[in-house]
Design a binder for this molecule. Structure first.
Ligand SMILES: *Cc1c(COP(=O)(O)O)cnc(C)c1O
Length: 386
């Protein structure tokens, strides 16, 4: 059977309601810095049971100002997982800080808690403990946050969750974004992620001091808030730049789309979980490893990754691609990127992440993926593995 249309690994689902929401903004007074932003922020904060949510232009920008708000700077270290998109690590470099990685757990593909603890003990002796740790909820499955929080109490680092994959997921029955075990959490609304605003992101926190900084940093370091102004009796037009910030704002067009998308979040995640469970069943007797789920987590399933047990990944990948199936690989370990190799990292530094990388393949998973598509993907994979 030939499949005529290309099946991507991920794509957005846009409804007529989503389109109406954006058109309404186009016909309104404010295209940016209007009321749609605060509305979307409040909705996400409520959904996640977090005190503050700050919308930003994308998750990379969110990670950057989260690091700035955490006080990360020259001489500081940020640790993250090598099995992630480069943005999780680059945010440290933007701040003049240095990056190191914590190798992954071979079951969850998230950063390993045992490895984190081992590395913290060693770093303490060398007096180079990290100021910030960025756990990445890979594929939508939460890291073991309670354990990371316990280590942060002992070794005094801040925790910024990279939850780009994970909106709608849960850990210990609390929504990702609650910041129950972290200082800040960052979501991405890129179109391949769970919900989209085109480009967009959100930083959540329960700390008032961090929220105040994040709001300022997203808009040039400027404030108009009377309580923050340094002048005794400010003019009615007064605004003050208190630090060097950026223009990382989301527009009202994006926020309105986000608000409309967020109403569909539960349906999106339910469908992803249902399709993931169906993949699990269909792949049961094939020589592949399906995603193991930690009992305390309820993944949002941004990605469905399999590991090939004994086959040549390249030829299997090429066969699926030739049949119009948009397989992908998540992730090339960050430390193996040429830029990071120039910083002194080498192949061999994080063996679990590398072994995982050599065997992994991402299968298509998105809201509009049909069971017919899924059957075609599985039968094509079966042929490739024969
Ligand atoms: C997509 C992604 C980002 C960056 O998100 P943008 O909104 O595109 O900036 C960061 N971290 C991870 C793990 C991602 O997958």
């Amino acid at each position: 059977m030939e499949n005529k249309t290309f099946i991507p690994y991920g794509r957005q689902h846009i409804t007529p309601q989503d389109i109406d929401a954006v058109v309404q903004i186009l016909q309104s007074e404010y295209l940016t810095q209007g009321p749609a932003i605060a509305r979307f922020e409040q909705s996400i904060a409520n959904d996640c049971n977090a005190k503050h949510a700050i919308a930003v232009s994308n998750a990379t920008a969110g990670l950057h100002i989260a690091c700035l708000a955490a006080g990360l700077g020259t001489g500081d270290w940020l640790w993250t997982s090598p099995n992630t998109f480069v943005a999780s690590a680059n945010c440290a470099l933007y701040c003049g800080a240095q990056v190191d990685f914590v190798d992954i757990d071979p079951n969850t593909y998230n950063l390993s808690i045992a490895e984190l603890e081992r590395k913290l003990i060693a770093a303490k002796k060398e007096n180079r403990l990290p100021k910030v740790v960025v756990p990445v909820h890979f594929a939508g499955q939460a890291c073991e946050m309670e354990k990371i929080k316990a280590l942060s109490n002992e070794y005094e680092f801040l925790i910024i969750e990279d939850a780009a994959h994970a909106i709608g997921g849960a850990y210990q029955n609390q929504k990702i974004g609650s910041c129950a075990y972290s200082d800040m959490t960052v979501f991405s609304f890129h179109p391949v992620k769970i919900i989209t605003t085109g480009e967009g992101g959100m930083v959540l926190t329960n700390r008032d001091d961090l929220a105040e900084k994040l709001v300022r940093l997203r808009t040039h370091g400027i404030t108009r808030d009377a309580s923050q102004l340094t002048q005794e009796s400010p003019a009615p037009w007064a605004y003050e730049q208190l630090e060097l910030g950026l223009n990382y704002r989301m527009s009202d067009l994006q926020a309105a789309l986000g608000e409309s998308q967020r109403r569909q979040l539960d349906a999106f995640v339910a469908k992803r979980r249902q399709l993931a469970a169906r993949y699990d069943a269909l792949l049961k007797d094939l020589p592949v490893i399906t995603p193991w789920q930690h009992p305390e987590t309820d993944s949002a399933f941004h990605l469905y990754v399999i590991r090939l047990k004994a086959h040549d990944r390249l030829s299997v990948f090429q066969h699926l691609k030739s049949q119009g199936i948009g397989v992908n690989v998540h992730y090339i370990p960050v430390h193996t990127q040429p830029y990071y190799q120039k910083l002194g990292f080498h192949w061999g530094d994080f063996p679990e992440a590398e072994a995982y990388y050599h065997s992994v393949m991402t299968l298509p998973l998105f809201y509009d993926l049909t069971e017919t598509d899924q059957d075609f993907i599985v039968s094509t994979l079966k042929n490739a593995l024969r």
